[in-house]
Design a protein around this ligand. Structure first.
Ligand SMILES: C[S@@+](CC[C@H](N)C(=O)[O-])C[C@H]1O[C@@H](n2cnc3c(N)ncnc32)[C@H](O)[C@@H]1O
Length: 253
């Protein structure tokens, strides 16, 4: 998978991709990340990429010509999906990461200042994504979030095939709590189910904990979860089925 990132601050990307899973994916050739400094496509002698907004107001707006020229070059050989990082965009989530992992090439456009000229957005952008209801100083951090989360779900990137499938959000449930050694920490014991060595019991305990965590923290997520007949039985036995149904009805629309 190929990521092309359009930015006026390419240096910002030097460290986040140098560690851990992303570094390994880069080294293994599972992903490539190509940084393009929009300034290199500016045509005036000061390499300006921004200008004052028509109609007045505060701040500067990213000019459309350098962005468009840069994008055309990046798309010349192979067309990719063009994503503008923007607080006005659709909320980014795990489903979106999984969907984007299906493209061969993603082009991530990072805004700065007051954002990009609206005509660039209309003419060149396939979709706009927001990583949350807050305003960043630029789209670079958002682009890093997309590269990281999409790479993580690409086949073969994670060592253990199961770990992405069992993540929080992968089926709409939050993940259960995790424990490691020591067995006792500051008076708190590891739940005895996890020490039982009985895989069926452990699975059931983790499933129920996932449902409890989701009910407690993010009940609206339950509206999107399909439970198997066996799982419904387990939930009924644990006295959770009614709560799950109430949460679903409360957030159905
Ligand atoms: C300071 S922001 C511009 C905010 C704009 N004035 C507004 O109110 O919508 C500059 C750039 O940061 C990026 N950005 C800011 N917040 C973001 C978010 N929540 N998600 C994705 N990108 C964001 C966008 O690329 C945006 O063009």
């Amino acid at each position: 998978m190929r990521f092309d990132i359009l930015t006026i601050f390419p240096e910002l990307f030097s460290s986040p991709f140098r560690e851990g899973i992303i570094r390994r994916a880069l080294q293994a050739g599972q992903i490539t990340v190509n940084l393009h400094n929009i300034r290199d496509w500016a045509t005036d002698k000061h390499s300006m990429t921004d200008d004052r907004p028509f109609g007045g107001g505060e701040g500067m707006v990213m000019k459309p010509e350098p962005l468009a020229a840069c994008l055309r070059d990046v798309q010349a050989r192979e067309q990719g999906r063009v994503i503008l990082l923007s607080p006005r965009g659709v909320s980014y989530n795990q489903r979106a990461a999984e969907r984007l992992a299906g493209f061969e090439k993603l082009v991530l456009v990072c805004g700065r200042y007051e954002g990009v000229d609206e005509r660039f957005r209309q003419l060149y952008v396939d979709e706009e994504l927001s990583i949350g209801d807050y305003i960043l100083t630029g789209g670079e951090l958002a682009a890093m979030v997309v590269v990281d989360s999409v790479t993580r779900v690409l086949p073969g990137v994670l060592g253990c095939a199961d770990s992405a499938a069992n993540d929080t959000f992968s089926r709409g449930l939050l993940k259960h709590g995790q424990f490691t050694r020591p067995r006792e920490f500051e008076g708190q014991d590891v739940p005895e189910e996890l020490l039982s060595g009985d895989h069926g019991r452990i699975e059931q305990y983790r499933f129920l904990e996932s449902v409890r965590e989701t009910l407690h923290r993010r009940p609206s997520l339950l509206a999107g979860v399909e439970f198997t007949a066996a799982e419904k039985k387990v939930l009924k036995k644990a006295g959770l089925w009614q709560q799950v149904q109430q949460a679903v009805v409360g957030h159905d629309n």
